[in-house]
Design a protein around this ligand. Sequence first.
Ligand SMILES: [Ca+2]
Length: 410
Amino acid sequence: MIKWIKANRIPILIGVADVALAAMLAIAVGTLAMHKQTQEPATAPVKVEKPALKPPVVELKPIASGFSQPVVITATPAKNDKRIFIVEQGGAIRIIQADGTVVSQPFLDISSKVLKGGEMGLLGLAFSPNYAKDGNFFINYIDKSRNTIIARYHGTSADQADPASEQVILSLAQPYDNHNGGALLFGRDGQLYAALGDGGSGGDPQNRAQDLNSLFGKLLRLDVSQLPYRIPSNNPFANQNGKKGEIWDYGLRNPWRISFDRKNGDLYIADVGQGAIEEIDLETTDSKGGINYGWRCFEGSKDFNISGCQSRDSYAFPILEYDHSEERCSVTGGYVYRGKEYPALDGKYFYGDFCSGQLYTAEKVESQWQTTLITKTPYRISTFGEDSQGEVYLANYATGDIYQIQDSAN
Ligand SMILES: [Ca+2]
C-alpha cells in the first residue's frame, strides 16, 4: 500500500514542481527556493502508523486429525513449501497439504522396522537444509533389536519417499526401553543436532549422561555432508582421547524435544525429569558447546545424586523448571513463535506438559524468565512444530489431532 502511494505520487509532484518552476522563472530565485521548500513536506514518505497490538488471546485451531500417536511436526525448509509433515510413533510419516487435507499414502512407512511401545518407535525427523535440491531427510527410530538408528532417506517425488533409500549413519544399542530422546534438527551452521537420552531405567544407574565416552544423555552435532558423518573439527571434544567427538553438550536425561529460535539461533532443550522436576535449558547461538546440563547430579536445579560430581558452577542450570504438582509429569519442549500471522506472539516460547495438558509461554522480561499458563488443555501434548513460515502447531498424542497456535485478538 505504501509503495503504491509513493509510486503514483512522485510523478505528480514532479509535475507540480515543473509547472511551478516554469511559472517562476521570471521571479526572484529566492522566491523559487522558498516555494520549493514549502513543497518539500508533501514529498516526504507517507507515514502509516501500525495499529497497536492487543494482548494476545491464544487459541488452538484444529487443522487436521486422524493421526496415530503423533510425535513430530515439521516441514521442509523451502519457504514455498506449505506442507506439514507429521511423524507417527509407530513408523509412518504423513503429509498435511497446504489446504489442510491429509495425503492418503504415507510419505514414508517403516513400521515393519520399528520397535514400538512406551517411549520407543519413530521419534525424530529433520529435512536437509537443501532438501529442495538434494531430497535428503534424516530420521531417528528404535529398530527391532532395540538400537537407536539415525538414518538418511531420500524423497523420490514430492509426496513420497523411497523406503529402500535408507543409509544408516549411527546405530546405538539401547540398554533399556526408555529415555530415547530422538529429536533431530539442523542448525543454522548446517550441522545435524541429535538429542539422545541417558539410556533409560531410572536415575541413570551407569552414570552415562556424565560420561564423555558415551553417546547417551548427550546432544550430538554431526556433519552429514558426507556419509555416514564427520565430526566437525570445532566440536568441543573432537580429537580428545577417551571422549566422543560427536558430543556437543552433555548431562541430559531425556531431551524429548529441542528447537532453535529461527530468528537468532538460540537453542531450547526441554529435558524430562526423573520424578520431581521438569526443565528447560537455553543455549545461546554464540555457544561453543561442551555444556554440562547437570543430570544425574541434578534434577533441575536440585541435587539428585551428587556422588562424584563437581561444584555447582561447573554445570548449566535451567532457565525454567517446574514440579509435578497439578498432574504435571513430563515436559514437552516447543518453539519460540516467529511466524508472521500473529505478531503479538512474536518471541514467546511455547511449551507444555504431556500429562497435565497445560500449555505455557515463557519470555525473558528484564533479564528474568517469566512463564504464563495459557490454558489447561485436555490434550496429551506430545510435540510442537513449525511450518516453513514459522507458524507453530502442537499435537494431541491421545486423539491424533493437530492444532495451530493462533491469536484471536489481533
Ligand atoms: Ca539439567
